[in-house]
Design a protein around this ligand. Sequence first.
Ligand SMILES: [Zn+2]
Length: 373
Amino acid sequence: MSKLNLPSPEVMYRAVVDRDPAFEGIFFVAVATTGIFCRPTCRVRTPKRENVEFFASASEALHAGYRPCRRCRPLEHGRDAPPLVAQLLAAVEAEPARRLRDADLTRQGIDPSTARRAFKRYCGMTFHAYHRARRMGLALAGVRQGKSMLDLQLDHGFESGSGFRGAFNRLLGTAPSRARNVDCFYARWIETPLGPMLALADDRGLALLEFVDRRGLERELQSLQRKLGRRILPGVHPHLAQTEAELQAYFSGRSLHFATPIALGGSQFQHAVWRALLEIPPGTTRSYAEVAATVGRPAAVRAVGRANGDNRLCIIVPCHRVIGADGTLTGYGGGLWRKQWLLAHERAHAAVPGQLALDVELHDHAIAALAAD
Ligand SMILES: [Zn+2]
């Protein structure tokens, strides 16, 4: 079940306040200030509205960096966990960032294969998937808190960057030595004035560029991995290096153009919309209706809006240059403040010498449109 199918946040928060058993299994509630997620009926103190986040599944809460509550045990379907499962969960929480090997479990008197079967039966997911989601969530949470790779490395007790990268690779389930033979995306976190971005690329081109705090990023990553059957490994790739250099030039205002090869993917219609977005010059905007006309589907304004929102190559495929017909900014996955910033930045830097006269003309048009909000 995706977040789209959840009840409204108001309804879910009311259910939490009332500890309404009717919502048991419908959603999970996570509390940012404690880092814990619960069933809607948990009897811990009612969290403040501004601190809660809702998830459709325990797995999503784990991927977002939350740990299961010890009181209401959201992983355990209302039954008491068998001692083996409780032991496994305790072993993870003793050092959640560390990898647990079979030998570690055996040393703690846990038979690994019996424990795994019990875990799968009671928690509905494999122990491996649970632990990986827990660790991935922790690392992503660290990145979101603005921690540098160096800080993350130190947090996880590594003396060298290569040791940390190695551990990170193991976290993603592939030995670095074998990574070469595995179909994978290489990932790089890139600092920008608007916050850190995550970039994914393979030999075909850049496949994803998103702000790390974008809502639903974990799910997007999961579906990307599932759909394309690829793993994501932190790593080095020429397309990532080029993206980083071009982003630096973009944010400094030196150049608003990108030449890194991109892998658009998507359906034929999405592809057409994204291609149309690439044709919108920096410093200018289009309405959804204008983009719909460009792709030859003038009636498909809403579908264009959806395809615009499904764009995975933030900034490079400039979905931020599409605004409402009345000049309002409408929505943006990375947050409206970022859309506003990007458009203002491009207006300030687009009209450089050598730019086409047409650009300048469209630029003025854009300013007039934006002045309306
Ligand atoms: Zn709880």
